[in-house]
Design a protein around this ligand. Structure first.
Ligand SMILES: Nc1ncnc2c1ncn2[C@@H]1O[C@H](COP(=O)(O)OP(=O)(O)O)[C@@H](O)[C@H]1O
Ligand SMILES: [Mg+2]
Length: 227
């Protein structure tokens, strides 16, 4: 088992002083190389849960294990290194660095993980070609369409061949055609590299394309469906 989540939750204090639970996962497991869909309406706690899995946010309670090792209480430095080596992340808001070109955004992620630069450049080139952006490698994110930016974010997230890829609503801002392309790309690249995938969505159409999913509602996993 690659990922095991035991009763993880995040509580926050409202300005009124009231403490509320904004995300809750009772029991979630994912095998190495597995692909999982995380569904739920807007505000149900998907992004919060993905941030906790990536170690970007500490849970208020519960335990997260990665390859049998507890990761939710790791010291920050160790956690940053663990994340760089194991996790790929396609952020809901992409988080591309506006001052860097498409290629530089991708290479920076590889640099942080300590990859060999010549090898990274070759891989970045191949991947950009594959997503139809070879001709736009020197373009700044602001000059790319949303669909193109989304594809740069996908390449950046897979450049290190992560063990686990977290993709937060990667199709939310795309039309049907681009949505299909990005989903196919994410799933195909993950299968090829043996990368496990957790993809969040509030789009019913995306659900039809997965065999199983976890539905997070009111900040809790309620159902585990099968198509
Ligand atoms: N730091 C925070 N403080 C207070 N409320 C938050 C914070 N982060 C998220 N929320 C709230 O928690 C809920 C879940 O957010 P989120 O995880 O972004 O949901 P989703 O990704 O499913 O749309 C939302 O109602 C959001 O407004
Ligand atoms: Mg979200």
């Amino acid at each position: 088992m690659l990922l095991e989540i035991k009763n993880v939750f995040k509580k926050v204090t409202e300005p009124s002083g009231e403490v509320i639970t904004i995300s809750h996962a009772d029991n979630l497991t994912l095998d190495a190389g597995g692909q999982m869909l995380l569904t739920g309406s807007s505000g149900s706690g998907k992004t919060t849960l993905l941030h906790m899995i990536a170690g970007l946010l500490s849970p208020s309670g519960g335990e997260i294990y990665f390859n049998g090792k507890r990761i939710d209480n790791m010291p920050e430095r160790e956690r940053d290194l663990w994340r760089a080596r194991n996790i790929g992340y396609v952020f809901q808001k992409l988080n591309l660095i506006e001052a860097l070109t498409a290629e530089e955004n991708i290479l920076l992620a590889g640099y942080f993980a300590g990859g060999d630069m010549a090898e990274l450049k070759r891989r970045a080139h191949d991947l950009l070609e594959r997503v139809g952006l070879a001709g736009k490698k020197d373009v700044l994110p602001g000059k790319l369409s949303i669909g193109e930016q989304q594809r740069v974010a996908v390449v950046r997230a897979v450049i290190n061949k992560p063990v686990l890829l977290l993709a937060d609503e990667p199709t939310a801002s795309l039309d049907a055609e681009n949505s299909r392309i990005v989903l196919g790309l994410l799933r195909g690249l993950c299968s090829e590299n043996g990368t496990a995938l957790i993809l969040s969505t509030h789009d019913e159409g995306v659900k039809q394309q997965f065999d199983e999913w976890f539905d997070i509602k009111g900040g809790r996993f309620l159902s585990h469906g099968h198509n």
